[in-house]
Design a protein around this ligand. Sequence first.
Ligand code: NAP
Ligand code: G4F
Length: 373
Amino acid sequence: MSKNIALITGVTGQDGSYLSEFLLSKGYEVHGIIRRSSVDYRERIAHLEGTPNFHLHYADMGDSMSLVKLVGKVQPTEIYNLAAQSHVQVSFDAPEFTADVDAVGVLRVLEAVRTNHLEKTCKIYQASTSELYGKVEEVPQNEKTPFHPYSPYAVAKLYGFWIIKEYREAYDMFCCSGILFNHESERRGETFVTRKITLAAARIAQGKQQCLYLGNLDSLRDWGYAKDYVECMWLILQHDKPEDFVIATGVQHSVREFTDLAFKYAGITLEFKGEGMNEVGVCVAVSNPDNNALIGKELVKVSEDFYRPTDVVNLWGDPAKAKKELGWNPQTTSFEELVRIMVTHDMQKVAADHVAATMRTNLAEYLEKGLVK
Ligand code: NAP
Ligand code: G4F
């Protein structure tokens, strides 16, 4: 039997790290693309380095030659194209870079496969997004809902979606999009709203931060657990025909609800008062008596800095097709469990960071006093 060889772009990201673990557990040979940076930041996959079937290669989504050479060398049977400038707000600040990586980058991957004559043997998964629905035209959204992208990120991803479909139809390639709704985890980037909230809740509960500033609290998302979603990426490529799928939980919550629950898991009960820019989250109770001083304080405030020129405010996915045709369970991890996992992780992280910082300070002091050599 021929070996399954996966090439993952975006392997250092949240999804890339979980997908690598998943594919290695299925016996795949996994190759990942990393890009050069002045600080080597591979925290999410550090535990996989040295694993016999796990290999990293330098390449860049903006550099076709590097992709063509790498696809030729690795001869993948499956490509998971996860690499992207994935932050919606950043796409307003860096729209051209976002278009190059998130739109033309997809074309570069497809052409790298064709250039190496692998179009009949290599399947391609494209990380499409619920942001394509943007200024939504119906709720909940399914595979037939019209797209209305509402940010430079979403417009770039729309090109990615259509070029995948075009190559499927023009060249009979097995390439598909997973239209994934927001999925989070303890490995989520720290500037996405969920992780920003869970880290802040942990820091505030441990006296390391005074207040959390957020943008639109009314925004609604269908949040799932990233670990559950990578299985679906794989299932899409194991399906008997190349098709696009919505991947979501089918349950919707607001940013305010996420915040409320995250603080609750960190031992702080909030009450939201006021409206719009004047809304605040006030602490009304604490589970740890050491935090009694927080009672009555405004711990969550709204800041204009986190509002977007156009914001997507009503994402809610209908995962019925994935459930029926892929046998995927959209409710493996509930919203409550997701928030609990993230807060538990961040409570431990903040405590460990504090211990490490104290040890560094103590050591510096001892060195200064000549107490240790
Ligand atoms: P992420 O954590 O931001 O990871 C993005 C990855 O892309 C990182 O490995 C990053 O590398 C890499 N990358 C960025 N620019 C690159 C370039 N020019 N060349 C090579 N690699 C580059 O994103 P994620 O949450 O795992 O999401 C994975 C994919 O799914 C993305 O395409 C995202 O747009 C899409 N998506 C995500 C969600 C979600 O809720 N998470 C939902 C729908 C769709 P560095 O580590 O070097 O920066
Ligand atoms: O966490 P977010 O930044 O995620 P967003 O914009 O939904 O994008 C993520 O999910 C997409 C799938 O739908 C992916 F395609 C994309 O790559 C990324 O992973 O923001 C969620 C919502 C927004 O409406 C935003 O306006 O939260 C609102 N929000 C309110 N305060 C905030 C904040 N977002 C961030 N990042 N920071 C805030 O302080």
